[in-house]
Design a protein around this ligand. Structure first.
Ligand code: RB5
Length: 151
């Protein structure tokens, strides 16, 4: 399991907490920035990280900004990315099981470091439920992305 991480200044605190958890558990990762709390633009780090996941270089991604929202919006513009903003345990599990989300987005001004680690752990360890109904809906999302979706 290889994890790509990114954040802006608003999410660097929880990203660093998750990195500490990954290191302690020998989970392979790369941090695509930012690397300090100077004000930066979250789309840059969303793109860098999401592109790595989209290209298949990493299994999953974790992105953090102040709310998790802006960075998820930017990540979801990258082909093949299903980024989910999560702040509770149930959603962290279900977005893997039902949506096969490949990027977890969290807000450093929404949740604390302990909760970020808890959610990252659930996200990383929960597999997709490979069931017809979920596959069908994910295919629809792909078609919307490709512009081939027909109602
Ligand atoms: C940065 O101040 C803040 O706008 C950003 O971290 C994020 O919350 C945007 O969605």
């Amino acid at each position: 399991m290889k994890i790509a991480l990114g954040s802006d200044h608003g999410g660097i605190n929880i990203k660093n907490a998750v990195i500490k958890y990954l290191e302690e558990n020998n989970i392979e990762y790369k941090d695509f920035g930012c690397y300090d709390d100077s004000s930066v633009d979250y789309p840059v780090y969303a793109y860098k990280t999401a592109k790595e996941v989209s290209d298949g270089n990493y299994d999953l991604g974790i992105l953090c900004c102040g709310t998790g929202i802006g960075i998820s919006m930017a990540a979801n513009k990258v082909k093949g990315i299903r980024a989910a903003v999560v702040s509770d345990e149930f959603s962290a599990e279900m977005t893997r099981r039902h949506n096969n989300a490949n990027i977890l987005c969290m807000g450093g001004r929404v949740i604390d470091e302990e909760q970020a680690i808890k959610l990252a752990k659930i996200f990383i360890n929960t597999p997709f439920d490979v069931e017809e109904r979920h596959l069908k809906r994910l295919k629809m999302i792909d078609e919307i992305e490709k512009g081939t979706f027909v109602l």
